[in-house]
Design a protein around this ligand. Structure first.
Ligand code: NAD
Length: 507
């Protein structure tokens, strides 16, 4: 495959610029690098030398290849060094005014048909391009950190970007072995837009007092099961890793840029913790302590009560729940209604335990999450929820019973959609809105999110694996129980659920 660009310029030699230079030098394309700070340029070249040395040590690169790759990286002490470049990728400070000035200055240096691309995460490509005489040649080219390892790149079309420019960037991305995803210039592009469901909904549940931080993290790591894979990190672990000083402003920015779309409404908890300086690992304290102290331990489940009588209410997976109960050593009550001493298990989808307990004796009701029904028997974690009326001994007995085969059990306070249902449904809901707005193709949305956020599968595939109708049921249940417009289902999801189609189906 030959490169669609002969010579690439990279302006800004920080974390991103040096990674982009490495990627294309390794792909065989000459790269000219410039930074306003000579020291930053020195540091970038030192980084590249060290990186290639390490690759040689590990046997991933030969000595000759190292020399040839390094020779392809050319230092430029002024913008004039970009004169022969047919592409310049900008990775400087994230400020619209500074980027606009640089793009104007670059236009004065490069050939009329050179492409100018910005690695901005949050600024409008269209607004950057508007500073140029030829806005049609300006595109977004959004890499993820660290560039060589994060194998997806968003190729962004501004309002006036010509397809030829983005087509060439797509080809270039493939040359380096990364996956290009094409999207329209919209706030957060694909990945930072689609990523709003996970943390935001978890913070909302935390704010409602549904469960504590470690419980929510454990559920999303261990209960969620897409082909044997859950989320690698819980949402609070992830926020501690990224730093809340970075993630909270992103949540606020996407929310405001979409004119206060309720699906993205951030949490006051995030704002408070940022004000307190509890950013996460970088400040040694965030949602967790990072000072070497032991991680919080999970409370052990009480002993399983012997021969407990349990009645499973009609609902999804009733047979599966009964089988599970029998396997756990319970006496399954198969009456038309519960016997007076039976524990009552309800299995709401989208609704809360209280709603599911209507017409039943709520003091004896616990809810079991059956979103991942195939994991009922073999799952690592089962999630229960009580109503405000559920008696404490009933809650304890239920925890003991559902842990009887060694599964871990989390008990939540009442919540419309437990934790996994609401978080996964919001992830799917937001992704279907991105598809509906034609920001990107469904398959690009899926691969961008899987590769950019490390989710087990893309969000539309998540919806397909659960069934679009089931996801719609979760959202409608949540919306009925707590009529917050963030839970309204959009037309992409609704139509495909109604027609029995895949969420990846384009129209
Ligand atoms: N760090 C990330 O995780 C990440 C991910 C995706 C996109 N981005 C975006 O990439 C861009 C760069 O981010 P970064 O993390 O590499 O920043 P950084 O601070 O590590 O590096 C920026 C570099 O740009 C140089 N610079 C600033 N103004 C300049 C100018 N006018 N002319 C020439 N050089 C100038 C600085 O000296 C610095 O070396 C930003 O737009 C950022 O939003 C960052």
């Amino acid at each position: 495959m030959s490169s669609p660009f002969r010579r690439i310029g990279v302006i800004g030699a920080g974390a991103m610029g040096r990674g982009i230079a490495q990627l294309y030098a390794q792909a065989g394309v000459p790269v000219v690098v410039h930074d306003a700070q000579p020291k930053a340029l020195d540091a970038a070249f030192a980084y590249l030398h060290e990186t290639f040395d390490r690759l040689v040590e590990k046997g991933r690169m030969g000595a000759e290849q190292r020399a040839a790759t390094l020779a392809r990286v050319i230092r430029a002490d002024s913008l004039q060094g970009f004169a022969d470049c047919d592409l310049v990728i900008e990775a400087i400070v994230e400020r619209l005014d500074v980027k606009r000035e640089i793009f104007k200055a670059l236009e004065a240096v490069v050939a009329p048909d050179a492409v100018l691309a910005s690695n901005t995460s949050s600024l409008s490509i269209t607004a950057i391009a508007a500073a140029c005489e030829r806005p049609a040649r300006v595109a977004g080219y959004h890499f993820f950190n660290p560039v060589p390892l994060m194998k997806v790149v968003e190729v962004v079309r501004g309002v006036r970007t010509e397809p030829a420019a983005t087509d060439r960037l797509v080809e270039l991305t493939k040359l380096a072995g990364h996956t290009p995803v094409v999207c329209q210039d919209t706030p957060g592009f694909i990945v930072n837009h689609a990523g709003r469901g996970f943390g935001t909904e978890s913070l909302k549940a935390l704010g409602e007092g549904v469960a504590d931080v470690p419980t929510i993290d454990r559920i999303l790591r261990e209960q969620v099961d897409f082909g044997g894979m859950g989320f690698r990190l819980g949402p609070f672990e992830l926020m501690d890793l990224t730093g809340l000083d970075v993630s909270h402003p992103v949540m606020e920015s996407i929310y405001h840029q979409y004119y206060e779309e309720p699906r993205f409404r951030p949490s006051v908890i995030g704002a408070q913790r940022v004000a307190a300086g509890l950013f996460g690992r970088k400040t040694r304290e965030g949602f967790y302590r990072h000072d070497g102290s032991a991680a919080p331990e999970e409370e052990a489940a009480p002993a399983a009560p012997a021969g407990m009588r349990v009645w499973a209410a009609p609902g999804p997976c009733r047979e599966g729940v009964r089988e599970l109960l029998a396997g756990l050593g319970a006496t399954v009550d198969d009456g038309a209604g519960p016997a007076p001493d039976s524990l009552i298990v309800v299995t709401p989808i989208g609704a809360d335990a209280t709603t599911a307990a209507q017409g039943l004796d709520a003091t004896r009701v616990v809810a079991l999450d059956t979103l991942f029904p195939f994991g009922l028997r073999a799952c690592k974690r089962r999630v229960l929820m009580s109503t405000p009326a559920t008696a404490a001994p009933v809650r304890d007995a239920a925890r003991g019973l559902f842990a009887a085969d060694g599964a871990r059990v989390s008990l939540l306070r009442d919540s419309a959609g437990f934790i996994a249902q609401r978080v996964v449904a919001m992830i799917v809901s937001i992704a279907t809105e991105i598809a509906q707005q034609r920001i990107a193709s469904p398959s690009d949305i899926d691969s961008a999110v899987r590769l950019g956020l490390g989710y087990p599968v893309g969000p539309l595939t998540m919806g397909d694996m659960l069934g679009p109708a089931r996801v719609l049921e979760v959202l409608e249940g949540m919306y009925r129980t707590s009529p917050d417009p963030r839970y309204r289902a959009g037309p992409w999801l609704r139509r495909r659920a109604q027609l029995g189609l895949s969420l990846l189906q384009e129209d």
